[in-house]
Ligand binder design. Sequence first.
Ligand code: AMP
Length: 499
Amino acid sequence: MSATSFSELGLGPELLRAVSEAGYSQPTPIQAKAIPVILEGKDVMGGAQTGTGKTAGFALPILHRLQPQANTSPSPARHPVRALILAPTRELAIQVEESVKEYGKHTGLRSTCVYGGVDIRQQLPIVRAGVEILVATPGRLLDHVEQKSVSLSQVEIFVLDEADRMLDMGFIPDIKRIMALLPATARRQNLLFSATFSNEIKKLADQLLNAPELIEVARRNTAAETVEQAVYKVPQEAKRALLTAIVTSRGLRQVLCFVRTKHGASRLARQLERDGLATAAIHGDKTQNARLDALQAFKDAKLEVLVATDVAARGLDVDDLPLVVNYELPHVPEDYIHRIGRTGRAGASGEAISFVAPEEEKYLGEIEKLMKKKIAVRTQEGFDPVAASARAATARTHERTARRDERAPRERAGARPPRPDAARSDTSRAPVGRSRREQEREEAYARNPDQPPVDRSRANASAATALTRGQTSYGLRRGKAREVPALLLKRKAPQTQDA
Ligand code: AMP
């Protein structure tokens, strides 16, 4: 019963034009199912992951529904936030908003994106001027609400994208705070998208959604069907040589390479550069600008390899990625599906290979169990893993000796070793007496490697004073003052950080 063309779905001519300019000839399954339901104004619980075309699946009908409200008035009051889209990471938020802009370019509706990790002041003029569609990460949205640069009292459509990731990253308390600031559930349309539906997500859906229609496509463990997968059995120390051999022998660019840790990502990128491959790394300890630069270089095919952690690569949207490499297997099998979903997007074919060291066999077993299929084992012609391991071991010994020789003069000169507590995280140095909310938030940030470490002591005193000076009317609805929700009052004042 699925529609074969966008024009059958009930979208307006401005949107059909944008879709055709984007080069889409046919709706994807999630689009065919979700667009008519969202156009009817119903709530949706969508089971779909990134790569299925879900963004257009909700963005197009939202734009259609809001189109009558488009206007050219310079007054911010004529451009209240009518659709709010929450995304777990900055990258995803940026990409969703880029899609909204692209699909909405003939509608006259305004949109913008707000996310943490950059100076909030950059975002103020745009949100204050008024936008009908706001895409945001939860923490930064609350910062804007506190600064009163954004009001959520006229939100008609609320979208929670990648709800399972939100949960993983500890954003649920922030989301509940945001939900408390929206008009009543019955007066707005709510859309929740998630790749998985744990009991916790179902509980959240119960609170958020109103008689939702359940729309499900490409379950996680079948979504990878368009991707050709292979495994290389290789000792850990020979992986780097194998990667270099594969990339150079096939003359590849835009290879996305996954590792498990931020530290491992930086180290591997450095080593691959030394091996002569144009490489960059993206992970949560990089500044926002460094990450955007790396992503841009990758999109422009200037890099041969981009090394990424799972969270940093979320939402990375580059069409036609030739190859995804699992340099290390994830310990959570679902992450494997997410990773390989970076290639073979929207029905295109793709390739994903995994380097499996003997100690990772158990993770491979779990992945195969989840996918209910075995992954073919491949070898690289002319590559001898045993010889590569031996070469790597010799190189490591040389490097260690060189480092020791470099350090020795300093240590002889009496340089003190670092204090054992020097590497403690900011969270563990939490001052006594901090509110539980602040501590929770710090912990969420610490769990979420996408949020760079920031000096949270540099609170904006004036905003804090404004909140504590009895200015408790907030989020005006139909002219009635509302109390500031108690939990929100306890939040620290917004940060102004350097980008
Ligand atoms: P998403 O799942 O929303 O992240 O979309 C994944 C990719 O599919 C994006 O690069 C979109 O530009 C692309 N896409 C979305 N809808 C279609 C369509 N109907 N036909 C072809 N490509 C699409």
